[in-house]
Design a protein around this ligand. Structure first.
Ligand SMILES: *Cc1c(COP(=O)(O)O)cnc(C)c1O
Length: 319
């Protein structure tokens, strides 16, 4: 195999993030469950987007950008973290968000207001409309600008989660399963590619919290990220597993998700969120109950952050 070559990145967060066992939950589920604390990445309220942003904002800086655009739903954790990270390196963030979900000054909207971030809402269902709007606003500003896609999920952002698997290997861990939420795809694709490269006996399962065609998206992002890394390997759909945990819809609480949020809070003192990590952890509980984990196997749950959602999304919807 060719030498894997990671692109340059900024140092924005606090890495490596801790890994530890969830002892009470392991007892309860009869499996060895560990957690990777990417809720503690050191910017905003923490979260998975920081690893992606270290690569994406390096690229933005290299290209001389002064303005950074990104998008997502009204309560996008990614948009909030992009604003926080861009501010930190002296770039101006502009968020053009879908006018969908909780647009009041709660959760991530509150945090953006506290940071003084420019937030615009667009009444559209199509991100393509929003990317066109970014070009309009960017051109009108007369300043060089950089567009980060929804969730930071392009090939370069995906590299951030390949790096995360390398980090866990360097922390001395070899897992049999890695489980994460899948929202825009980059995190899952990065973990699945990272496992192929650095933890070859590990099976990665993405818990889908939206309804996009994630099998195609994941394969495409894995292939594109492998190219950036100069990794000469074959990528197949059978490299990873996907489970639908979306429930009533994206960013709407589900009953199983709520139960998982409560279990993690009560047993371990760790807060998940109703949109991503709660539903993903519910998927892990389901796999444990179906006997998918063997006694001697080590299971890693990625805590990808999302705390802002707890203060904005109505969990009563999932009752
Ligand atoms: C964005 C996000 C995810 C999903 O990651 P993707 O790379 O978009 O699939 C998971 N958890 C949280 C808290 C997120 O904000």
């Amino acid at each position: 195999m060719n030498a894997i070559c990671f692109p340059e990145k900024l140092s924005l967060g606090l890495f490596p993030t801790p890994v530890h066992e969830l002892k009470n939950i392991s007892n309860e589920l009869g499996a060895q469950i560990y957690i990777k604390r990417d809720d503690m990445t050191g910017i905003g309220l923490g979260g998975n987007k920081v690893r992606k942003l270290e690569y994406l904002l390096y690229d933005a800086k290299e290209k001389g950008a002064r303005i950074v655009f990104t998008t997502g739903g009204a309560q996008s954790n990614h948009a909030m973290l992009t604003a926080a990270a861009a501010n930190k390196i002296g770039m101006t963030p502009i968020l053009i968000l879908k006018k969908k979900g909780v647009t009041e000054k709660k959760g991530n909207q509150l945090l953006e207001s506290v940071m003084g971030t420019e937030v615009r809402f667009m009444d559209t269902n199509s991100y393509d409309d929003i990317y066109v709007e970014m070009d309009k606003v960017g051109s009108a500003s007369g300043m060089p600008y950089y567009k980060i896609p929804c969730g930071g999920s392009n090939a370069l952002g995906t590299v951030g989660y390949v790096d995360c698997v390398r980090e866990m290997r360097d922390q001395g861990y070899m897992f049999d399963h890695i489980i994460c939420a899948e929202g825009s795809g980059g995190t899952m694709a990065g973990l699945a590619l990272g496992a192929k490269l650095f933890m070859p006996d590990c099976r990665v399962t993405g818990m889908m919290v939206d309804t996009d065609p994630f099998d195609e998206i994941t394969v495409r992002l894995m292939k594109e990220a492998a190219k950036i890394l100069n990794a000469d390997i074959e990528i197949k759909r059978s490299d990873f597993d996907l489970i639908d945990m979306c429930g009533p819809g994206y960013a709407i609480a589900s009953e199983e998700g709520n139960k998982a949020v409560s279990m993690m809070a009560e047993k371990e003192g760790i807060f998940l969120d109703p949109v991503y990590t709660g539903k993903a952890f519910a998927g892990l509980i389901q796999m444990a109950k179906e006997g998918k984990f063997k006694k001697d196997e080590k299971i890693l749950f990625l805590h990808s952050g999302g705390a802002g959602g707890l203060f904005a999304i109505d969990m009563e919807d999932g009752k």
